[in-house]
Design a protein around this ligand. Structure first.
Ligand code: Z5A
Ligand code: MG
Length: 211
């Protein structure tokens, strides 16, 4: 009965290259948890619903041009503008399944050549995830999946650099799952990881991201 007791909710983040299956798996995990009676919400970054998010969305669709540092800071601001709500949801007992977070922020901007410490700095003080699930898929394999090629960063060489930077960000909260396995197999693994995490962090205080 994941999360049905009184503790806080868990912050579970899914990361991975484009088309690694994050959004599909977030939706599946969320409906599983809800079916288990767990209070949970699905979030995603960028959150395109805010004013900052609309600027990001236009940039990603190549409808606007922004300096690399400017867009980096907008992605970070888009997380900061959700921090207070995130904290109150978690403390109120709601688990958040989040599709991309600060790791996307750093990995994508660093892949453009920005300094990694500079990239990390604006996200210091955001809420630290309890669990980061990295869906590991080779860029070539991801590119074969539906919908690739539309937005700005969807090029194989760039995705390879992003993968290298993701690799350097791994810490003790990360679990790497083979995202090239069938959807149902991946889903099964995520259920177990998330359920354990939700149970384990109920009494743990929230912490801030320090990198
Ligand atoms: N970005 C950034 O630069 N800085 C930041 O701080 C943040 C983001 C937060 C938009 O993100 C861009 O913003 C992104 C990073 C950058 N770069 N780009 N481009 P986004 O989250 O909006 O991206 P998206 O459009 O949602 O797509 P995605 O994340 O690239 O895809 P996904 O969510 O990982 O995959 P999916 O939509 O679940 O699945 C893709 C397809 O594969 C679909 O047809 C599935 O049916 C199929 N699929 C999924 N799993 C499987 C398996 N296991 N087997 C076979 N087929 C599968
Ligand atoms: Mg997605």
């Amino acid at each position: 009965d994941a999360g049905s007791k009184s503790g806080r909710g868990a912050l579970v983040v899914l990361e991975g290259l484009d088309r690694s299956g994050k959004s599909s798996q977030c939706a599946r995990l969320l409906s599983y948890l809800e079916g288990q009676g767990c209070r949970a919400e699905g979030w995603r970054f960028p959150d395109r619903g805010t004013c900052v998010g609309q600027m990001i969305s236009a940039y990603l669709a190549n409808e606007s041009q922004l300096d690399d540092r400017t867009i980096h800071l907008l992605f970070s601001a888009n997380r900061w503008e959700k921090r207070a709500l995130m904290e109150s949801k978690l403390l109120g007992g709601t688990t958040l399944i989040v599709d991309r977070y600060s790791y996307s922020g750093v990995a994508f901007s660093a892949a453009k050549g920005l300094d990694i410490q500079w990239c990390k700095a604006p996200d210091v003080g955001l809420i630290a995830p309890d669990l980061v699930i990295y869906l590991d898929v080779q860029p070539e394999k991801a590119a074969e999946r539906g919908g690739y090629g539309g937005e700005r960063y969807e090029k194989i060489e760039f995705q390879k650099r992003v993968a290298d930077h993701y690799h350097s960000l791994r810490d003790s909260t990360w679990k790497v799952v083979d995202g090239s396995l069938p959807m149902e197999t991946v889903e099964e693994q995520l259920r177990e990881l998330a359920t354990n995490c939700i149970q384990e962090c109920q009494e743990k205080p929230l912490t801030n991201l320090t990198w």
